[in-house]
Design a protein around this ligand. Structure first.
Ligand SMILES: Cc1cc2nc3c(=O)[nH]c(=O)nc-3n(C[C@H](O)[C@H](O)[C@H](O)COP(=O)(O)O)c2cc1C
Ligand SMILES: Nc1ncnc2c1ncn2[C@@H]1O[C@H](COP(=O)(O)OP(=O)(O)O)[C@@H](O)[C@H]1O
Length: 304
C-alpha cells in the first residue's frame, strides 16, 4: 500500500547551540514565537559530531552538552522538532543549493528560516544570507534575519562558558547558561575505599569522551534519586592521597544511604569548594572530608 506522509511546515533555525545558553535561548524563544504566529513547528537543525571533530580530526574538543543533553534542553524551551544531521565529510561537500534543496526544503519542509546576518553555509561555507534569500524565492520559504545588533547584544558565548568551567568557575558558568551546568552518567564500582572512610562515594562514568568536565577539585552538587532531590560533594581528580593515576568523578551524597550502582544520574554543579589535595594519610583526608561536609551542609541550609 502506498503511504503518503505529509510533513508539517517548519520554522527552522540552524546551529550547534552548544550549551543552549542564555544567548541561544533568546534566539530560540524568538523562533518559537515566530513559528507560533505562522502555525509552523519550531525546528532546529543541528549538526553532530562537531565539524572540527570530523574535518580536523580534533579529538580534544570538549562540548558543554552531549547530543542527548542538547536535544533535551532544546525540547525544554519549546523546540518541537530537532533534526540531528550526522556531519560527515560527504555532508561538508554538499553545495549550498543541494543543502537547501535536499535537507532544508525536501527533508524538513522548511517554510521559514531564522538565521544570523553572518551565517555561512554549504561547501567551504561560501554561501551567505544573500544567497539564502535567492534560494528562498525558488524554493518557497521566507528568511528572518537576526540583526548584527541582536547578535552583538549576546555577550555570552559557548567558549566563555568552557573557559569558566576549565577554571572551576561553575557559578559564573551557571549564570551564563541560565541553568546549572550538569553531567549525565552511570554509577559504577570504584575501589571500595570510600566506605572504609565512612564516606561512600558513587563513581560516575560518562560514556561521551567529548563531554567537558570542570577543572579538578571538590564541588557541591545536586541530583535526583527516585524523584527526591539529593545534595552531595563531588571530587574530580586522580585521588593523589592513594596514589591514584586515572581521573575519576565521585560523589558522596549527604544524608543518603542507598545502593545506587548502575543508576543513571544527572548531576548539577552548584559551587566549587577547593582544589584536590594530596594528604599525608587517610586520616588527614577523612578530617578534610568532614570539613567539606560541614561546608556543604551550610550551603544547603542557606538555600532553604
Ligand atoms: C568530597 C570528596 C573530596 C575528596 N578530596 C580528595 C582530595 O583532596 N585528595 C584525594 O586524594 N582524594 C580525595 N577524595 C577521594 C578519596 O581519596 C577516596 O579515594 C575516594 O573517596 C575513594 O573512592 P572509591 O573507593 O569509591 O574509589 C575525595 C572524595 C570526595 C568524595
Ligand atoms: N551517601 C552515599 N553517597 C554515595 N554513594 C552511596 C551513599 N550511600 C550508599 N552509597 C552506595 O555505596 C557505593 C559507594 O561505596 P564505596 O565503598 O565508596 O564503593 P565503590 O568504591 O565501589 O564506589 C555507591 O555506588 C552507592 O551505591
Amino acid at each position: 500500500m502506498l503511504k503518503l506522509t505529509v510533513k508539517s511546515p517548519k520554522t527552522t533555525t540552524i546551529g550547534t547551540f552548544d550549551g543552549v545558553h542564555v544567548g541561544h535561548q533568546k534566539i530560540l524563544n524568538h523562533v518559537v514565537r515566530l513559528a507560533e504566529k505562522q502555525g509552523y513547528a519550531p525546528t532546529v537543525l543541528t549538526l553532530f559530531p562537531h565539524p572540527r571533530m570530523v574535518l580536523q580530526k580534533d579529538d580534544s574538543i570538549k562540548l558543554l552538552n552531549t547530543i542527548e543533553e542538547r536535544v533535551a534542553l532544546l525540547k525544554s524551551i519549546g523546540i518541537e522538532t530537532i533534526i540531528v544531521k550526522e556531519f560527515t565529510k560527504k555532508f561538508s561537500n554538499l553545495s549550498a543549493e543541494d543543502y537547501v534543496k535536499t535537507i532544508l526544503v525536501n527533508e524538513i519542509n522548511t517554510k521559514q528560516i531564522v538565521i544570523g546576518y553572518d551565517h555561512h553555509f554549504g561547501k567551504n561555507r561560501t554561501a551567505n544570507i544573500t544567497d539564502l534569500k535567492k534560494f528562498a524565492k525558488e524554493y518557497d520559504f521566507t528568511v528572518e534575519e537576526i540583526s548584527a545588533q541582536d547578535i552583538e547584544n549576546v555577550t555570552v558565548s559557548s567558549t566563555k562558558i568552557r573557559n569558566a568551567l576549565n577554571e572551576g568557575k561553575v557559578a559564573l558558568a551557571n549564570s551564563f547558561l541560565g541553568y546549572n551546568y550538569f553531567i549525565t552518567g552511570k554509577v559504577i564500582k570504584g575501589k571500595g575505599l570510600g566506605r572504609t572512610l565512612d564516606f561512600p562515594t558513587a563513581n560516575i562514568y560518562i560514556k561521551e569522551s567529548y563531554k567537558l568536565i570542570p577543572e579538578d577539585g571538590v564541588y557541591i552538587v545536586k541530583s535526583r534519586f527516585k524523584e527526591e532531590v539529593i545534595y552531595g560533594m563531588m571530587n574530580i581528580g586522580t585521588n593523589p592521597t592513594v596514589n591514584g593515576k586515572t581521573k575519576s568523578i565521585e560523589v558522596h551524597f549527604i544524608n543518603f544511604n542507598e545502593d545506587i550502582y548502575s543508576s543513571e544520574l544527572k548531576i548539577e554543579f552548584l559551587k566549587r569548594l577547593r582544589h584536590e589535595q594530596k594528604f599525608k594519610n587517610l586520616e588527614a583526608l577523612k578530617t578534610q572530608l568532614q570539613n567539606d561536609r560541614t561546608n556543604a551542609l551550610d550551603y544547603m541550609n542557606n538555600l532553604k
